[in-house]
Design a protein around this ligand. Structure first.
Ligand code: SAM
Length: 306
């Protein structure tokens, strides 16, 4: 299957990174290399490090970027950015991009089990070498755990009912396919409920399987630590929980005082690492939202190291 993914907020990212022609840049979510190819056009004397935890994405990116020699490909998790750069013998970089979440390719590729529109084995792993998959989550998590995940990561108000029905069904027979799960969700949710009834539960399971939220705050801190002075970090989020983690990590890195009010002097040991460039997140233009529906929930935040 062709790797099909339109880069979101492309011009805004390229401007936001403030690219130096001889700089070192990290694309921590290489995907189909839609952003990376534009970064590479701007760094004739620089280096790009492309990280993805999906080997299919790396393969597609290598093909797309075959004319560029100044790229290093890493199969890994950007949460490990410090170790990844250390292994490459690189101390600091000029810019980092994180375009979070899944690619359109991952969603559309039937065998990956991300889509509620196509029948497949319940999988949803971005990294196929990882152990935890959606089948394990659906068949082994407790009813309470499932309800919590579906509510928090999917913002699904019928989460408890869905979790209860999953647990009842799995007593009869293991839930192994996306279509079986969709059938259970459809029985649990009123049909006229804001889009496809399975959309929010599938999003929640994907976030849990790939542990997309919990490590994000620390990852942003680490990315900022890896920047050279004046280096920029651009992060595109698609979910309110992701955006909150990014915003909070940026505010902290800007050096907010967290002392209780009324103290005569600051005692929290705040550290100012740089400044937030985007007081409010940058959103896609109406034109982009029309052209690429996936961009509609995107938010870009930018931080500059001092
Ligand atoms: C939204 S897509 C990026 C698309 C890319 N910017 C483009 O324009 O083609 C996100 C990509 O990041 C990868 N990814 C998500 N979380 C990751 C993580 N923690 N570490 C490494 N790669 C990750 C996914 O496998 C996917 O290929």
């Amino acid at each position: 299957m062709e790797f099909n993914h339109k880069p979101v907020l492309l011009n805004e990212v390229i401007n936001g990174l403030n690219i130096k022609p001889d700089g070192i840049y990290v694309d921590g979510t290489l995907g189909g290399a839609g952003h990376s190819i534009e970064i590479l056009k701007n760094i004739p004397k620089g280096l790009l490090i492309g990280i993805d935890r999906d080997e299919d994405a790396l393969k597609a990116a290598k093909e797309k970027l075959k004319d560029f020699q100044n790229v290093k490909y890493v199969h890994g998790n950007h949460d490990d950015i410090k170790e990844i750069l250390e292994d490459l013998g690189i101390d600091r970089v000029d810019g980092i991009l994180l375009d979070l979440g899944v690619s359109s390719y991952q969603l559309d590729e039937k065998n990956r089990g991300f889509s509620y529109m196509q029948d497949a084995k319940l999988d949803m792993r971005m990294d196929k070498t990882q152990k935890l998959d959606a089948e394990t989550v659906v068949n082994t998590y407790s009813e309470q755990e499932l309800a919590k995940i579906i509510y928090e990561y999917g913002e699904e108000k019928f989460s408890r009912r869905i979790a209860k029905n999953i647990c009842e069904e799995r007593k009869k027979c293991k839930i192994e396919t996306t279509s079986k799960l969709v059938e259970i969700i459809e029985k649990s949710v009123p049909l006229k409920n804001n889009g496809h009834p399975a959309k929010r539960t599938f999003q929640a399971l994907r976030i849990e399987v790939n542990d997309e939220i919990k490590p994000l705050y620390n990852c942003i801190e680490d990315c900022i630590d890896c920047l050279k002075p004046s280096g920029r970090l651009c992060v595109i989020t698609f979910h309110s929980l992701e955006d909150r983690a990014v915003k909070e990590a940026f505010v902290q890195a800007q050096g907010v005082c967290t002392c209780p009010p009324g103290l005569p002097y600051c005692m929290c040991g705040k550290v100012e690492k740089g400044k937030i460039i985007t007081k409010k997140p940058i959103l896609p233009s109406e034109e982009e939202q029309e052209e690429n529906t996936r961009s509609r929930s995107a938010k870009l935040r930018i931080f500059e190291k001092s």
